[in-house]
Design a protein around this ligand. Structure first.
Ligand SMILES: O=P(O)(O)OC[C@@H](O)[C@H]1O[C@@H](OP(=O)(O)O)[C@@H](O)[C@@H](O)[C@@H]1O
Ligand SMILES: [Mg+2]
Ligand SMILES: [Zn+2]
Length: 180
């Protein structure tokens, strides 16, 4: 079994402009692609886990998310980065699109996206990493049994005082974790 790096999307890989659904609006966080390359070279399967409540809110549909993720995968592949999986949660209990307005097991802080992809890919969760920009990302990782869960300040959120959890950005988190 191999370890994985579970990556939140909005606020970690790309700037969270609020419900980003189009490749034209997808702006990488500086250093994020190079950091993903580092994780890959260190043997981590790269898995994106993203809440996309914009679907349940009726802002965009699943096809738009799939198109965006296809464009992202192609772009990353051109940069030498291969994604093992992209998991998204389209749900929100009080969403306006009825079929997505459900309590689910995958909207972070629930661990469903992590557990599902880990089972499908044969991931060793205890040796895995979770990177997010919100406490709900850290909670999802912790509930799934991910060995190390960190929160990044790349979305303009203030750092808390826990130096084991909070880092300014992905490259500096990798430095602290000893990932070359
Ligand atoms: O950070 P990830 O999980 O990749 O995706 C988050 C997005 O789906 C959106 O999630 C929303 O939270 P609510 O879903 O409305 O609570 C807000 O935080 C938006 O700003 C953000 O764009
Ligand atoms: Mg986020
Ligand atoms: Zn869900």
């Amino acid at each position: 079994m191999r370890p994985a790096a579970f990556l939140d999307r909005d606020g970690v890989i790309n700037l969270d402009h609020g419900y980003v659904s189009r490749w034209e609006d997808f702006e990488f966080v500086p250093g994020a692609v190079e950091a993903m390359r580092r994780l890959q070279a260190a043997g981590y399967a790269l898995v994106i886990v993203t809440n996309q409540s914009g679907i349940a809110r009726g802002y965009y549909d699943e096809a738009a998310v799939l198109r965006l993720h296809e464009a992202l995968s192609v772009h990353l592949a051109q940069q030498g980065v291969t994604l093992a999986a992209i998991e998204y949660c389209p749900h929100l209990p009080d969403g306006s699109v009825a079929r997505y307005a459900v309590e689910c097991d995958c909207r972070k802080p629930a661990p469903g996206m992590i557990l599902r992809s880990a089972a499908a890919l044969g991931v060793d969760l205890a040796r895995s990493l979770m990177f997010g920009d919100k406490p709900s990302d850290v909670e999802a990782g912790t509930r799934a049994g991910v060995g190390r869960c960190v929160r990044l300040a790349t979305n303009g959120n203030a750092l808390d005082s826990d130096p084991d959890i909070d880092f300014p950005d992905l490259p500096r988190a990798l430095d602290a974790l000893g990932i070359a």
